[in-house]
Write a protein that binds this ligand. Structure first.
Ligand code: GTP
Ligand code: MG
Length: 418
């Protein structure tokens, strides 16, 4: 209800690709779990019955219950992760706030963000934060203090503070997008640690560049490092602070072309993550500050544009929305592939293994049946034979007795006649 009508793209949002896939794969694993449980029950009953199933076989299938439950847990927690990097003060935190439509993360001049801040959706409308290594929920008012470099309570710059923000306040959070804000890449000697800790499971990276200057070596180096660790990372480049171009209209086209060419060159020729043509779709010229202001105005029911904004605001605002759309498409497709492909392989594997186990049991019981039939037949044949023997024997005896009787009769009559 807090979402404005302009936000209601609910079901045609590209993020739904992920949301629906997640629901489907979760349902499939619920079925697999049931299937495994039933199999275990069945096998246990057979184990007690003439040892048709061995203890090891039953134990093997039983193990799958834990495996399936483990996968189900991971699946429930799976989300799409986007990480923002760039030099100090380029506007990383402001871009995230603009996407969240609220001032959640600390932003300002100078070096502001002093540790990793992860924003994710919370159920039941709660907002709180949790610092690394703790489970204590702290009130969210302290985000500013905790994450701000001027705060006395210093956190290690590679530490992670998780901020939980009500899902209903932003469609991106509702649809399982998790945002990661970072300190400037130019203020740390620990880029490798950052990558190990925060980047390996990111689905999309956003390089927030400063359109007032140009892409810097520190920014480029960071992404070179990332692309040696991840094959073909998804990267967007935002030329932020593009509102500054309004004050130099005579160079507008040239500056834009310069930034555009350098960004495309960086993505295609240097990092080799896209072709030059695809790279074009990954570069945007925006003003995060204006977008955030406009959205906060809209939220208050006022017009986005109060007239005090620099020329070209509308274009920059559209370009921000265009970026969001392309970002949503990219992140949901990528996350489905990286997060669910492995799980579906495992699910298939488990189903096949269980089927094999059941097939083996079926074969075994078939063999046992034929064996029993054979035994029956043998006994039967033996009985037949004995019966026949007996019959023969009886016949023989009968004949013999007959003959004896005849003999006796003959002898008696002979004796009588004599
Ligand atoms: P660190 O956390 O220090 O690394 O900086 P950051 O990249 O998070 O930058 P932040 O979002 O804190 O923005 C720095 C300053 O630039 C703030 O005063 C913002 O209001 C301002 N700013 C951000 N985006 C824009 C923009 O598009 N145009 C203009 N004119 N100012 C902006
Ligand atoms: Mg910041």
């Amino acid at each position: 209800s807090q979402l404005r009508s302009s936000d209601v793209r609910t079901d045609n949002s590209p993020l739904q690709i992920f949301v629906k896939a997640k629901k489907r794969i979760n349902d499939i694993f619920v079925d697999i779990e049931k299937y495994v449980e039933e199999t275990v029950e069945f096998m246990t009953s057979l184990q007690n019955d003439r040892n048709i199933v061995t203890t090891e076989e039953a134990a093997k299938v039983k193990n799958y219950i834990d495996k399936v439950r483990g996968i189900k847990d991971v699946l429930r927690r799976d989300h799409m992760k986007v990480a923002f990097f760039g030099r100090t003060s380029n506007g990383k935190s402001t871009v995230i706030n603009a996407m969240l439509r609220d001032k959640i993360l600390p932003s300002g001049i100078g070096h502001t963000t002093n540790c990793f801040l992860q924003v994710e959706g919370s159920d039941n409308g709660e907002s709180y934060l949790i610092t690394e290594g703790s489970t204590e929920k702290q009130p969210v008012q302290s985000v500013g203090q905790l994450g701000h470099a001027l705060c006395k309570e210093k956190l290690c710059e590679s530490h992670l503070v998780r901020i939980f923000w009500p899902k209903e306040k932003c469609l991106l959070l509702r649809d399982d997008v998790v945002f990661v804000d970072s300190p400037g890449v130019d203020v740390t000697p620990n880029l490798d640690e950052w990558i190990d800790k925060h980047c390996l499971d990111a689905d999309v990276f956003i390089l927030v560049a400063n359109a007032e200057s140009t892409l810097m070596v520190t920014e480029k180096n960071f992404f070179h490092k990332v692309s040696t660790r991840l094959s073909k990372p998804n990267i967007f480049i935002l030329n932020n602070r593009w509102d500054a171009s309004a004050s130099e209209p005579e160079f507008f086209d040239q500056v834009r072309a310069q930034h555009q060419n350098r960004a495309i060159d960086f993505l295609s020729r240097e990092l080799k993550v896209y072709s030059p043509k695809d790279a074009e779709e990954r570069v945007f010229f925006i003003s995060a500050k204006e977008t955030l202001q406009a959205r906060m105005q809209e939220q208050r029911g006022q017009p986005a544009h109060n007239g005090a904004l620099a020329d070209g605001f509308q274009n920059r605002y559209f370009e921000f929305q265009d970026f969001e759309r392309k970002f949503e498409e990219c992140i949901s497709k990528s996350a489905v592939k990286t997060k669910f492909e492995q799980h579906s392989q495992r699910g298939k594997h488990i189903a096949t293994e269980i089927r094999q186990a059941l097939d083996e049991i079926l074969d075994r019981t078939k063999e046992m049946r034929t064996e029993q039939l054979n035994i029956k037949k043998e006994v039967h044949d033996k009985l037949n034979f004995t019966e026949q023997q007996l019959m023969l024997l009886t016949q023989e005896m009968k004949d013999k007795i007959h003959r004896i009787v005849e003999d006796v009769e003959q002898r008696v009559s002979k004796a009588l006649s004599e």
